[in-house]
Design a protein. Structure first.
Length: 181
C-alpha cells in the first residue's frame, strides 16, 4: 500500500494545483490525452476506495475498517495478549515462541493502521510472518491521513453548499452529495 497511498495523496494535491491554475488546466497523458483536475482527483479517490475495500478481495487494508480487514497484523503489541489479561513477563523469546507463530487472530486490533497489502495479483496472505503484506507502517498510513483530511474537507464544503442552496420553505433536509468533483 506504500505506493498506492502515496500516489493517492500526490494525485489529490496535484488535482488541487490544477484546479487553482484555472480553466483548461490539465495534465498531458501518453497518446495526446489530457486529464483535468476532476479526473485526476477521481483516480486518487479510486485508490482510497481500493484501500477501504473496493477491490477484488472485498477486503479493507485499513485495520478495523469494514467487515473484512487483516486479523494477523505483523505488530508486536497487537500480537501479544494485553498485560491486563496476563501479568506474566513476555520477553523477546516468549513473544516470538508463544505469540508470533499463533494462527489465531491478534488479541489486539491496531485500528487505523494500513498494512502492506496484496501483491500485484491482488493475493493477500493474512499471516503474521508475512511482514511484506501484514506489517503496519507509518509510510503506508501517513499519506492516507492527508487524503482523509481532503475528503473530509470536500464533504463538509459540499454539505455546506447543499444547505445554503436549499429553498427556505423546503421541509426536506439537504442531502449530502458524493465527494467526487
Amino acid at each position: 500500500m506504500q505506493y498506492v497511498t502515496s500516489a493517492a495523496f500526490l494525485l489529490s494535491a496535484y488535482s488541487d494545483y490544477l484546479s487553482s491554475a484555472g480553466a483548461g488546466a490539465a495534465v498531458s497523458c501518453a497518446g495526446g490525452e489530457a486529464a483535468g483536475p476532476g479526473e485526476v482527483f477521481a483516480m486518487a479517490r479510486s485508490q482510497v476506495d481500493y484501500v477501504l475495500g473496493s477491490n477484488p478481495r472485498g477486503m479493507s487494508y485499513l485495520v478495523g475498517y469494514g467487515a473484512r480487514f487483516p486479523a494477523r497484523v505483523h505488530h508486536r503489541a497487537a500480537s501479544i495478549v494485553p498485560y491486563k489479561h496476563s501479568k506474566e513477563f513476555i520477553g523477546c523469546a516468549q513473544g516470538f515462541d508463544d505469540w508470533f507463530v499463533r494462527k489465531a487472530a491478534n488479541p489486539n486490533v491496531v485500528v487505523g493502521a494500513i498494512v502492506g497489502g496484496p501483491d500485484r495479483r491482488d493475493r493477500f496472505r493474512d499471516h503474521r510472518e508475512n511482514y511484506m503484506q501484514t506489517e503496519a507502517c507509518t509510510y503506508n498510513t501517513a499519506p492516507m491521513v492527508g487524503m482523509f483530511a481532503m475528503l473530509n474537507r470536500l464533504a463538509r464544503h459540499e454539505s455546506t453548499v447543499a444547505q445554503t442552496q436549499q429553498p427556505e420553505n423546503s421541509s426536506r433536509p439537504a442531502t449530502e452529495q458524493s465527494v467526487n468533483r
